[in-house]
Design a protein around this ligand. Structure first.
Ligand code: C2E
Ligand code: MG
Ligand code: MG
Ligand code: MG
Length: 291
């Protein structure tokens, strides 16, 4: 491959699956085909109120079921999709599927806010608010049925344009969340001006917070910071009941994590909700079960 092709942002790719530009070209072709071939799957992970255990939302997480590679996780193709601009196609697909899910849940009297992840390229798309408005109208959904998750780095790539897009989306009535909070390099002065509703604490601070004093101090401070700014605070990466309880004691509003549920195919969500039981008071072991 020529330098010209290599310099073309559309084919440069440096992630783990493929190394050569030849392979990355074929990856782009495969991604494009994946939509028509129905290889993407909408997975969702419930968002739970940590005080009451009530399920109040679900985050849409895309999976690619590749004919040869099997389940491909987003970390392996989202960065590439970002670089090539394919992400816009993917975001649209995720929004459509999430809208369908929202309608299906509503038909069963289940009201959950669906969170969808956006990337830098989405925020740079001046037409995004109009596209979302059209989609919402077509599915007869309120904008408030959705929350859009944006990372700090996606915002800081081009803060002025990002802020413009975010203000328009928020103005329509869609909720906004700062994802992976604490891992990026945004300034608080900037964050203060953004029309956000939610802060999501990155799982790297949460996973081991019951053993790591540094992590738990960061989490506690972030919860206070979020609340002082009038925001809802959500923790991702809750893998144990101990961490749930710690977060609940710290006043964290909502959480997501393997302890409650791993991401599941969207069609399983209603069934999961029916069975979901939040952890109650520490279980008293019945004497009869003690052999
Ligand atoms: P994210 O938005 O921060 O999503 C949370 C990630 O943490 C998900 O990984 C989820 O499966 C994982 N997770 C949730 N609970 C736990 C837990 O208790 N322990 C551990 N170890 N992990 C947990 P996933 O699904 O692999 O997605 C990775 C990232 O890919 C997402 O991070 C998001 O940035 C991106 N992504 C996923 N789907 C989409 C999408 O449709 N569009 C865009 N633009 N990005 C997406
Ligand atoms: Mg997210
Ligand atoms: Mg996150
Ligand atoms: Mg993340």
């Amino acid at each position: 491959y020529t330098a010209k092709q290599r310099n073309d942002g559309a084919v440069v790719y440096d992630a783990a699956i493929d190394k050569s530009s030849e392979q990355s070209l074929s990856l782009l072709t495969e991604l494009r085909n994946a939509v028509e071939r129905n290889e993407f799957r909408l997975f969702v992970q419930p968002k739970i109120m940590l005080g009451s255990g009530k399920a109040v939302g679900a985050e849409a997480l895309v999976r690619w079921v590749h004919p040869e590679r099997g389940n491909v996780f987003p970390d392996q193709f989202i960065p590439f999709a970002e670089q090539t601009g394919f992400i816009r196609v993917l975001t649209r697909w995720v929004m459509e599927q999430s809208a369908v899910l929202c309608r299906q849940l509503a038909a069963q009297d289940i009201k959950l806010k669906i969170s969808v992840n956006l990337s830098t390229r989405d925020l740079m798309d001046q037409d995004l608010p109009v596209k979302f408005a059209e989609l919402l109208a077509r599915h007869e959904l309120e904008p408030s049925a959705f929350c859009l998750e944006i990372t700090e780095s996606a915002i800081m790539d081009d803060p002025v344009r990002a802020q413009n897009t975010l203000e328009r989306l928020h103005g329509m009535g869609m909720e906004l969340s700062i994802d992976d909070f604490g891992t990026g390099y945004s300034s608080l002065a900037y964050l203060k001006r953004l029309p956000v509703d939610e802060l999501k604490i990155d799982k790297s601070f949460v996973l081991n917070m019951e053993n790591d004093i540094g992590d738990s101090k960061i989490v506690r401070s972030t919860i206070d910071l979020g609340h002082n700014m009038g925001l809802r605070v959500v923790a991702e990466g809750i893998e144990s009941e101990a961490v749930w309880r710690l977060l609940a004691r710290m006043g964290c509003d909502q959480g997501q994590g393997y302890f409650m549920s791993r991401p599941m195919p969207a069609e399983q969500l209603a069934g999961w909700l029916e069975k979901w039981q939040p952890p109650g008071a520490p279980a008293v072991v019945a004497e009869s079960t003690l052999a």
